[in-house]
Ligand binder design. Structure first.
Ligand SMILES: Nc1ncnc2c1ncn2[C@@H]1O[C@H](COP(=O)(O)OP(=O)(O)OP(=O)(O)O)[C@@H](O)[C@H]1O
Ligand SMILES: [Mg+2]
Length: 395
């Protein structure tokens, strides 16, 4: 037997819900999977029931249908929303459609009219799904996801992430770089990219990503090295619209399409960063040789233990290393009792000139010690090269 269309009915009027149920009583292809009395209940039931269609009233107590539609769309929940409105609600219908509703019916609706619209939207969804689940040739790539993280700001996460991405791309690998510093991300600026789209625009289309994997490329910026960048929101206030589940969906969409996904993060553990870290094969944990940074790294490593990240997953990088300031690399490893994977020297001139010129130093200032170390880091990650002189084995 064909799969039934699973429908959720949302209306505060019991009478309307009963009418809808009566209409579908004899319609074997549609199953009323649940009923909700307001927007809040609708969201909860949509999360739980994963309906195909959500038939949604506009005016309801607690949360109206427009707000609920927006949340359902933004969260990427399953279920195409069809709005039920009354005559004269044109403005509301417009708002509902821009919140993500797929279509609308005006009450009182005819039996056939309602059945027809539910089937039409469902079938359109099915066609879309089939069309986009055809595997693409790149879908078999085994992707490695690497986050660059720190419990401190300004330690060089973005410098490492951008240069690492370019260095890996120069090894003939397909690389995506995701700017997960959602409020103050500066990956696009560091790579001198013209920002046409960002993650803000992508999340409006997030529901289609699962079935339409290539879609993500439309939102990514291309760096001349070949690295594809998904930029952070242009305005910091737009960061709040990016939810952990969006990050998960984005990383899932990039997986299989790129050899490497590099994620630059905001300082510390917020929910979106934790989602990125969870999804990562490796975390490059950047620290510097100063006491606050060492203290924060210790606390951060404790948090990672509670998150069950293995020692193998988390790699410590010391950046801006300059032992003449009193703390040595060996002090760092002794205090924290961890392996240090790579030490990147302090060289403000090279790093600043490369950013100001818009040319990554791993490509244009290869001879600098910072570039040498990051190129080496890329080789270690790509070729599984064993650490040599720059790595300390902790006893
Ligand atoms: N190896 C280095 N030597 C000297 N200066 C460096 C080095 N790496 C980065 N810097 C400088 O440190 C500053 C911070 O770097 P970056 O923006 O990469 O850090 P971040 O951790 O991403 O910061 P935020 O937390 O603000 O995102 C920049 O001015 C950069 O030029
Ligand atoms: Mg940064």
């Amino acid at each position: 037997m064909e799969k039934k269309i699973k429908m959720l009915v949302v209306d505060d009027s019991e009478q309307t819900r009963e009418n809808v149920k009566a209409i579908f009583n004899w319609e074997e292809t549609v199953e009323i999977a649940g009923e909700a009395k307001n927007g809040l209940e609708a969201i909860e039931m949509a999360r739980e029931l994963r309906p195909d269609i959500i038939l949604m009233d506009i005016n309801m107590p607690e949360m109206d249908g427009i707000k609920a539609t927006k949340i359902i769309t933004d969260e990427g929940l399953e279920g195409s929303v069809i709005i039920m409105s009354i005559q004269g609600e044109k403005e509301y219908i417009k708002k509902a459609m821009s919140a993500g509703a797929r279509d609308y019916v005006v009450k009182p609706f005819g039996v056939n009219e309602l059945i027809e619209i539910v089937k039409r939207i469902y079938e359109a969804d099915q066609i879309r799904r089939k069309r986009y689940t055809v595997p693409t040739p790149t879908a078999k790539v085994r992707t490695k996801v690497i986050s660059v993280f720190s419990t401190k700001g300004g330690v060089g996460k973005t410098t490492v992430a951008t240069n690492l991405a370019v260095a890996i791309a120069s090894m003939n690998k397909k690389v995506a770089l995701l700017d997960c510093d959602l409020q103050f991300g500066d990956v696009a600026i560091c790579l001198n990219l013209y920002v046409k789209n960002t993650i803000t625009e992508l999340i409006k289309d997030i529901n289609n990503l699962e079935h339409e994997g290539d879609l993500i490329d439309e939102y990514m910026l291309t760096h001349y090295s070949g690295v594809k960048v998904l930029a952070a929101p242009i305005r910091p206030e737009n960061a709040e619209y990016v939810k952990p589940e969006h990050i998960k969906k984005i990383v899932d969409a990039l997986r299989g399409r790129y050899d490497y996904v590099i994620i630059d993060t905001a300082q510390g553990f917020d929910d979106t960063v934790i989602t990125a870290l969870d999804a990562s094969d490796n975390i490059m944990y950047v620290s510097t040789l100063d006491l606050p940074s060492i203290k924060n790294t210790k606390n951060g490593l404790d948090v990672m233990k509670t998150l069950n990240y293995s020692n193998d997953k988390v790699k410590i990088l010391i950046n801006k290393s300059n032992e003449s300031f009193g703390v040595k690399n060996t002090d760092f490893k002794a205090v924290l009792n961890v392996d240090i994977w790579m030490v990147i020297p302090d060289d403000l001139a090279s790093v600043t000139i490369s950013v100001n010129n818009g040319h990554p130093l791993v490509a244009h200032r290869k001879a600098s010690n910072v570039a040498k170390k990051i190129n080496k880091l890329a080789a270690m990650l790509v070729e599984g090269e064993k650490p040599k002189t720059s790595i300390f084995k902790i006893g």
